[in-house]
Design a protein around this ligand. Sequence first.
Ligand code: FPP
Length: 252
Amino acid sequence: MSMPEVPLIVSQGPFDAPRHVAIIMDGNGRWAAARGLPRTEGHRRGVEALRRTVRAAGELGVGYLTIFSFSSENWARPPAEVRDLMALLRRFIRNDLAELHGNNVRVRVIGEREGLAPDILRLLDEAEDLTRRNDGLVLVVAFNYGARQEIARAARRLAQEVREGRLEPDAITADSLSRFLDAPDLPDPDLIIRTSGEQRLSNFLLWQAAYSELVFVPVHWPDFDRAVLEQALAEYRRRERRFGGLVAQTGS
Ligand code: FPP
């Protein structure tokens, strides 16, 4: 009698990847300093790590990848470094947008638009517009982003709704506030990764991180690659997510 053709091991392939991974790309400066190189070189190599990571995340079945590219607090860096980071964003969009589009990646941008240079605004709009109908990996670029500022913006919009009589103050709930965040249609991150060993969120996705698993990896961002991403995903799978309840849910 022949054995029924039922697989004994269910594939642990891309299907158990977390739906949404967010990354705090930290350590460019330290990576450069350790090699006697200028910080700019660390950021430049950081963009290469970003390219690798977008490709790997898509291959591993991640649906949404959010990257912290420029924080509201990064304006406090020396003007030359701020200029470098702006130039890197320009170059990233100009050089990589066509390829991202060709790979069916949809680009979304979160953060404060006010105060950004007009050409940067145009590039961010162009990236979102060109890729709007893509249904592959969603790459969420957090640019000029701070979570407290995002929550304050949402509160301002809610207050406006109340002032214009469309909403009763008593009707304000966590759900109604979250509808006014920068990208309310995106799922919350399942996993937040921070590189370079620092263990804090630094004003990144504070609202959305309520139930995220946090994984801190010791490598500096320019050294991040598919292998490190896979290790972080493996760590995520070992975690037991309960969302405040009692029933354990496995990763993903
Ligand atoms: C942290 O390293 C990194 C940043 C502040 C910016 C991240 C930017 C990139 C990876 C490249 C830019 C990409 C785009 C799309 C604009 P750090 O400078 O804080 O490093 P340190 O803590 O070692 O000084």
